[in-house]
Design a protein around this ligand. Sequence first.
Ligand SMILES: *Cc1c(COP(=O)(O)O)cnc(C)c1O
Length: 359
Amino acid sequence: MTPVAQARVDLGALRHNLARARVEAPRARVMAIIKADAYGHGMVRVARALHDADAFGVARLEEALSLREAGVTQPIVLLEGVLDAAQLSAAAHRDVSLVVHHAAQAELIEHAAENMPPVKIWLKLDSGMHRLGFSPAEIPPIAQRLRHSKKVIGPLRFMTHLACADERSDPATLRQIEVFQSALTGIEGERSIANSAGILGWPQTHADWVRPGIMLYGVSPFPDDDAEAQDLRPVMTLSSRLIALRQNKKGDAIGYGGSYICPRDMLVGVAAIGYGDGYPRHAQTGTPVLVNGRRAPLIGRVSMDMITVDLSAQPEAKAGDPVVLWGEGLAVEEVARCASTISYELLCGVARRVTFNES
Ligand SMILES: *Cc1c(COP(=O)(O)O)cnc(C)c1O
């Protein structure tokens, strides 16, 4: 029995995309970002496929612990750090490196129990995103304190995050680089600035470590530039099948709210995918899908389990035929634009009902 709605994860494409990050930033080490279940692709599967990454980055402690549970031995960096002593202890015992972005986290570490193993630390500087991190003035004293703590092991490392790097001409990125570099003048330690957009668009952000996320999954971080232009290969292909076809009459209203009125007699296909699978409910009429490998426009509202598609151009289509929602042959970026969202959200949102397999 073949499941109807499937997400195929192409591990060869994933590895190709990691290699792309290395080619772009040849002197940097790579922290592969696999938070949010590896952007919806399956965190453990992705970590195993990317075994030659120099480290993995995750957002939450639970993610780091399940990687250790699965036998992942590479360095793991907890990008949001820890919130209390219990989290700190769990991270320390599993050799999870911590980002420290707030004074309370430094205090937790300094006051940790005697028997807790020491932790490795990335200090986060706020260079202009104003979300997480210490201000430039706070960095020297906090670095000094942590260097002297018995609960910290290894050299301190330093990172910051870019807010606008996907806009290639936005001067905010240059300002962020300048703030980061001048705050760290005279302070020793490895540095990391670049996300995917930094890697592909801002070579001056490469530093000692790069942190690719979305590009690993074959998606361009730039709104004006597709993945193919960056030689990135799509990793996830979301597909389903046609379950019904009907010849509708001019004037027929289709689906919930009757929002789509057939402008002529037309063949309409029903595909088994909907917002219950993570297909975006706000995908508008005209959003492309591939039926038998050929583009056909979505029409009417997306339901929980189904969508309707204009098959006027494919009179030979029949129930059971394959439908691709995004991936191979149809960029998720394009679907995201048609649904007024970003590819990150679509990839992260694929529901558990969908059967994942890998190739
Ligand atoms: C998510 C994240 C990244 C990866 O960003 P992409 O835009 O997906 O490349 C890098 N660094 C940090 C701190 C992040 O949270």
